[in-house]
Design a protein around this ligand. Structure first.
Ligand code: PEP
Ligand code: MG
Length: 576
């Protein structure tokens, strides 16, 4: 028996035989060519690219409902990237080697460069480079060896160095029990797809694919980030039991998908989901979300670049709205910058990116990019129930400026007689402490608030939310944070507008006790977290949790507050 640890990327437990998916087995020949053959080599390269593009287009047609074609579109664009072709051509001319060898080496150079960057986004883009170079190589070599996953005929745990997003889309999902992968983190597309397909996954295990053989028994525990190879009988039995308990709990929780998130004394709250890409709509609906409380639109720009056209945007937003079939969908305008960068766009390093050129600051300074997005959002508004909100608003003037842009986008569409919903509600995120402190003023300017606690905690406590070293100081239960949240909710209600929360805090069932007690109207979170939060809401009365809030808010320490809440939850609802 062997145990590997990794990142729990998609919840659930999978037990089954290993299917080793290895696309490293392409044999790349190294051949020296004559100078006169360079033209011919490049012809072969271009023909292989065209075939690879055609293959992806076929895959896109086949991928079906729920799969975002933009993922495949972005690979098609990368395949056709003239820079890639020119790098290959230069290297063929320089080395006089065959185009397969050159392509492999160009792709490797690019991946090495990306691997040296610390940002998780760029590391994840390595998979995209690998994906498209493998695809062209398979065409050049005439192998159909890629994509063994679309031939699966029995249930397996897929083990791989890395799984390319396009392979994840193409695999026969009904036969994939779980996924264990050497590379990757939670922000890569494969992780997002695994969650959206409901496949338990552990990523970033480092070496698991090098230590297994086809057919060996494997446990993949996507809840705790553990992979166990050839478990001894006691461990196997233990996990079989855990799997049963986990699945029963999920099924139990899912029974409540159609029930309202209503307290025992009849106070109704609304549960919504956060998404990054349109593929997630299916899982959002399966978990009983009443709508989408946060669609992080910047991921579209990360995939396509900052210049993504109004048409492409309108289609993507429209797809989500149609998928949600009339349920509310809140789309947040671009929140780029900070840790979310578009390759090639944010070239100058900022000293303090999280306090720098990001979110609404970015949009207000690139007016045409912002107006293009606002027009695209308005155009899509005819497809469903759209709400729009702005990220990182810090005060009244900034919100005024953003609202003026929204009016300008409307005027531009009216001028061109393009249809849109005149009544699209506009809200603002409250994630900067100054905005929380002037939320009485802001509340009079918009139709709703959404508390972005990931940033609100970061900026209130001056703790970088991504820095492992100080993560103990990032305290959602800190009385300072809780007071700010209560103040925002009170100010919103005073002005007669609803308040939602879309930070991770909204998905913590223990925190739900306090948030219900404070009167939060909407909770928006990863779809898989919805049933547990609903369970808490349905098992308390609003009077008892209001008393709980009154009891803990005067406390001085986060540890005290957390202890009281944990003890209160224990035995009443499982929090895992
Ligand atoms: C937040 O800050 O809580 C939030 C939801 O936005 P993001 O995590 O995208 O910064
Ligand atoms: Mg934020």
């Amino acid at each position: 028996m062997k145990e590997f640890r990794g990142i729990p990327a998609s919840p659930g437990i999978a037990i089954g035989p290993v299917h080793l998916h290895n696309d490293d087995d392409l044999e790349i020949p190294e051949i020296t060519i004559e100078a006169s053959a360079v033209g011919g080599e490049m012809e072969r390269y271009r023909a292989a690219v065209s075939r690879a593009v055609a293959e992806l287009e076929r895959l896109r047609l086949r991928s079906g409902i729920g799969v975002d074609p933009t993922l495949l579109d972005s690979h098609i664009l990368m395949l056709q990237d003239p820079e890639m072709e020119s790098s290959v051509q230069k290297k063929v001319l320089k080395t006089h080697k065959n185009v397969e060898w050159v392509l492999e080496s160009v792709a490797e150079d690019l991946m090495i460069k990306l691997s040296m960057l610390t940002d998780a986004y760029f590391k994840d883009r390595m998979l995209d480079i690998r994906d498209i170079s493998r695809r062209i190589l398979a065409q050049l070599l005439g192998t159909s060896g890629r994509g063994s996953l679309d031939q699966l005929s029995s249930a397996v745990n897929v083990v791989t160095t890395s799984l390319l997003p396009s392979d994840a889309i193409g695999m026969r999902r009904q036969f994939v029990l779980g996924l264990a992968m050497d590379q990757g983190g939670t922000t890569n597309h494969t992780a997002i797809l695994a969650r959206s397909f409901g496949i338990p996954a552990v990523l970033g295990t480092g070496r698991v694919s090098r230590e297994v053989r086809n057919g060996e028994m494997m446990i993949i525990d996507g809840n705790d980030g553990v992979v166990i190879l050839n478990p001894v009988p006691e461990v196997l039995a233990q996990y079989q039991n855990r799997k049963k308990v986990y699945e029963a709990a999920r099924q139990d929780a899912q029974k409540s998908t159609d029930e309202p998130a209503e307290t025992l004394d009849g106070k109704v709250h609304h549960l919504l989901a956060n998404i990054e890409i349109p593929e997630e709509v299916d899982i959002v609906l399966a978990n009983g979300a009443e709508g989408i409380g946060l669609y992080r639109s910047e991921f579209l720009f990360i995939q396509h670049g900052v210049e993504v056209s109004e048409d492409v945007q309108a289609q993507a937003y429209g797809r989500v709205l149609r998928g949600m079939a009339g349920r509310p969908v809140t789309i947040r305008t671009i929140d780029l910058g900070g840790d979310k960068l578009v390759p090639g766009f944010f070239s100058g390093q900022e000293e303090n990116p999280l306090l720098g050129w990001r979110a609404i600051r970015f949009s207000l300074s690139l007016r045409e990019v912002f107006l293009t997005q606002l027009r695209a959002l308005l155009r899509a508004s005819v497809e469903g129930k759209l709400k729009v909100m702005f990220p990182m608003i810090s005060g009244v003037e900034e919100l005024e400026e953003a609202l003026l842009c929204f009016e300008q986008a409307k005027a531009e569409l009216r001028e061109k007689a393009i249809a849109f919903d005149e009544e699209v509600p506009v809200g603002t995120m409250i994630e900067v402490p100054s905005a929380a402190l002037v939320s009485d003023h802001l509340a009079k300017m918009v139709k709703f608030f959404s508390l972005g606690t990931n940033d609100l905690i970061q900026y209130t406590m001056a703790v970088d939310r991504g820095n492992e070293r100080i993560s103990h100081l990032y305290q959602p239960f800190h009385p300072g944070v809780l007071r700010l949240i209560r103040m925002v909710i009170e100010n919103a209600h005073e002005a007669g507008i609803p308040v939602g929360m879309c930070g991770e805090m909204a998905g913590d069932p223990r925190m739900a006790l306090l948030l219900v007690g404070m009167g939060l109207d909407e909770f928006s979170m990863n779809a898989l977290g919805l049933p547990a939060v609903k369970r808490v809401i349905r098992s308390v009365s609003s009077t008892e949790v209001r008393q709980l809030v009154d009891q803990v808010l005067p406390m001085a320490r986060s540890s005290e507050i957390e202890e009281v809440i944990t003890a209160y939850s224990k035995g009443r609802f499982s929090t895992k």
